[in-house]
Design a protein around this ligand. Structure first.
Ligand code: ATP
Ligand code: MG
Length: 448
């Protein structure tokens, strides 16, 4: 501005930019928020309230999927956020299905007027992970028969649902064996599953184990081998899956789903805490999430009829990522989220949970990181300084964001929604405190 212009009171015109450009130039200072449609999460620390809804953002084209991953060190408030989030979403008629490895969603369930489904060895509830996904099959009932000579020929092409069951069985077997399956083991599973499916409208694990341990001649012939060799090919798999039928995990996944389980409620919580500290947690979570997916598929027609949407939460998801089969299968479910009207939420501790699942160039790591790409909302609570570099790389953090990450206090998280960033303090309302308090055993009351 010249001296003459200044004396005459001349002003340069204000510089005008879009909020998007301004936000990019001044992250954390000039974000425009995500609109007002959705549930209140808390305070945007750069000013104003912070409201978020994945289905709304998806409808507006702001995210390409409704999935979310929540990261954070122990005790930073990840589960507290998820619980209040679901509770607030219930106002909009949204439902939720939760895999709860610590058994901490009970208060939420009771507030919602339902009881968690508690799975424990020898307990009263059974879930069949091989339940079919299609609703119409429910009406067929179970036509259980022996695996005798009149069976349709083995090796017939499997339908989609059967392929999912085979994939799941392979995942479970790999989880139980703690290693990848050999091709011959996969074939043994494939043949056993096809044979059982030919007789049973709703296959169960004991029937698959029987088919693996007692293969039929035509199963063997279809892959140009004999019974003895096919039995040998599938023996390790059979013995490990037998654990779910006769071993330490018996009574939970080894028969038809317990009739009368109320899954129509607004909230379904699978309480897995009986085995939280056991090495079997990964397998248990794999079975539980498998069953959940098939139940969700059966529930899909209802959702499309009444337009309802559902959240599926896997808390402590790190316990299942390390297994290749399960991770592969989990990623497929993540990809199906839009088709199912489902917003998935996975809760992990560190970004390196995604890398710790295998060698750097392994498929496990690829899949775990794939979950990240299939989750356009990433909510990051405090990370240790050692994690910052990885977080910066995987989440494309700005230097300011990276610097902030180790300093975030309990309840405060960096939200990356698509390309946008927010610093958000999750606010727990007075009526919600009981839902979220996990510190009572420590003699601490977070809100005293
Ligand atoms: N926004 C918040 N404001 C105040 N207190 C909070 C908030 N979020 C969580 N807390 C309290 O912090 C404690 C730990 O929270 P929470 O169990 O959610 O942590 P977490 O990150 O899930 O931990 P973990 O990794 O062990 O599962 C709880 O007692 C909860 O009441
Ligand atoms: Mg937690």
């Amino acid at each position: 501005m010249s001296e003459r212009q200044a004396r005459s009171g001349f002003r340069l015109p204000a510089h005008t930019v879009t909020t998007r450009h301004l936000g990019a130039a001044y992250p954390f200072v000039a974000e425009a928020g995500l609109g007002h449609r959705g549930v209140l999460i808390g305070r945007d620390l750069m000013g104003g309230a912070y409201v978020y809804d994945p289905f709304e953002l998806y409808a507006q084209g702001m995210v390409s999927n409704p999935n979310m991953i929540v990261f954070g060190q122990i005790g930073r408030g990840k589960s507290a956020f998820v619980k209040t989030y679901l509770w607030r979403q219930s106002v909009f008629g949204r439902r939720a299905w939760v895999v709860d490895p610590k058994g901490e969603y009970e208060v939420l369930a009771r507030s919602w007027g339902v009881m968690p489904v508690a799975l424990r060895p020898g307990g009263s509830v059974r879930l069949n992970p091989l339940d079919r996904g299609e609703a119409h099959l429910e009406h067929l009932g179970t036509a259980s028969g022996s695996l005798g000579a009149s069976a349709p020929s083995a090796g017939e092409p499997a339908d989609d649902s059967q392929r999912r069951q085979i994939e799941l069985l392979a995942s479970l077997a790999a989880a139980c064996l703690g290693r990848n399956l050999a091709p011959r083991e996969r074939v043994a599973i494939d043949l056993a599953m096809s044979t059982v499916a030919a007789f049973d409208a709703v296959p169960t694990l004991p029937r698959v184990v029987d088919a693996l341990l007692d293969p039929r001649d035509d199963m063997a012939r279809s892959v140009r081998t004999d019974r003895a060799r096919l039995l040998e090919d599938g023996r390790d798999v059979a013995l490990e899956l037998r654990r779910l039928v006769h071993g330490d995990l018996r009574g939970m996944f080894d028969g038809p789903t317990t009739p009368g389980l109320d899954l129509s409620g607004a909230l379904v919580v699978l309480d897995l805490s009986a085995l939280y500290n056991s090495a079997a947690l990964g397998v248990l979570m794999a079975c539980a999430t498998a069953w959940l997916q098939s139940a969700l598929a059966r529930d899909a027609p209802r959702r499309s009829r009444d337009g309802s949407q559902v959240f599926v939460v896997v808390d402590e998801a790190w316990a299942i990522l390390a297994n290749l089969g399960v991770a592969r299968w989990l990623q497929a479910s993540w990809k199906l989220s839009r088709a199912f009207g489902v917003a998935n939420i996975a809760v992990l501790h560190r970004l390196s949970d995604l890398r710790a699942v295998g060698a750097l160039d392994s498929e496990q790591v690829g899949l775990a990181q794939g979950l990240l790409s299939d989750s356009e909302t990433r909510v990051v609570y405090a990370q240790s300084p050692g994690e910052v570099e990885r977080a910066s790389e995987l989440l494309s953090l700005s230097p300011t964001e990276a610097e902030l990450l180790p300093q975030l206090r309990r309840g405060i998280a960096l939200w990356k929604v698509g390309q946008r960033s927010f610093l958000v303090q999750h606010v727990v309302g007075p009526g919600e405190r009981e839902l979220v308090d996990t510190d009572t055993a420590m003699g601490i009351h977070a809100f005293d």
